[in-house]
Design a protein. Structure first.
Length: 98
């Protein structure tokens, strides 16, 4: 037993498919945007960290890189959030290597 005409049923099936697709794609796009923003903030934080290390150490030249987090890794300063240390301790580590 059909409740609606055939055209209405087809339209409702298409609407159901679009809603399901939107329910899948919306969280994916939101998660990607959050990931992109987190990477951008990490890059900003690394740039400030490099600037602070160069000011404290008196370095006149730090080789530029496309990503300031790479500069920190090259200098031996940890970048991951779990092992971040205050800049003064990190500077002592970098200075003791030279």
């Amino acid at each position: 037993m059909r409740i609606f005409r055939h055209e209405v049923e087809v339209a409702l099936k298409m609407l159901r498919t679009l809603v399901m697709l939107a329910l899948i794609l919306t969280p994916l796009s939101w998660g990607y945007e959050q990931y992109r923003q987190a990477r951008q903030w990490q890059s900003v934080a690394c740039a400030y960290r490099v600037d602070e290390l160069t000011r404290r150490s008196g370095l006149t030249h730090v080789e530029p890189a496309s990503d300031s987090c790479r500069v920190l890794k090259r200098l031996g300063v940890p970048v991951d959030p779990d092992s971040l240390t205050p800049p003064s301790i990190a500077f002592r580590r970098v200075a003791s290597r030279n």
